[in-house]
Ligand binder design. Structure first.
Ligand SMILES: [Zn+2]
Length: 153
């Protein structure tokens, strides 16, 4: 299923609308019933209005009636693969803390399980969600458009 999810995330990544960051992101979220929901980032000239791929996928899933999820693949061209931002982790955590997160980058892949532990306000910083929990969350940093430079070679 993982390979299929990666393909789905890569496919939707191609449709990202990211004229400002030039950082396309695709997400494929697998519900417990097997359905897969895709999302890509959609940017705005007013940066704060930008929607991440992960939250877009989650919104599509909820709109279709899905409420329980197994895993999400987040595809970028970054290396190391970029992890979901704090806002996305928080929203994913709303629907359960056992989500497996797979970040796929240009050359490698990173996985976290039980990684969507609810973030408190002071844990909202990059890596904060992982503190004492899933290793490596902070490695890729936050992936909002304003932080793209950190991920580019
Ligand atoms: Zn995000």
């Amino acid at each position: 299923m993982s390979a299929e999810l990666v393909r789905a995330a890569r496919a939707v990544q191609q449709r990202a609308y990211c004229p400002y960051s030039k950082f396309p992101v695709g997400a494929a979220l697998e519900a417990v019933d097997g359905r897969v929901f895709g999302g890509c980032n959609v940017e705005s000239a007013s940066y704060g209005l930008t929607i991440c791929a992960e939250r877009m996928a989650l919104g599509a899933a909820v709109a279709a009636g899905a409420r329980a999820f197994k895993r999400i693949v987040v595809a970028t061209d970054a290396e190391p693969p970029a992890s979901p931002c704090g806002a996305c982790r928080q929203l994913l955590a709303e629907f359960g803390l056992d989500l497996e997160v797979i970040a796929v980058g240009a050359k490698s892949e990173r996985r976290w399980t039980r990684s969507c532990r609810r973030a408190s306000v002071d844990e909202g910083a990059p890596g904060g969600v992982a503190r004492g929990h899933a290793r490596g969350w902070g490695g890729g940093g936050v992936r909002r458009s304003g932080d793209v430079a950190r991920h580019m070679p």
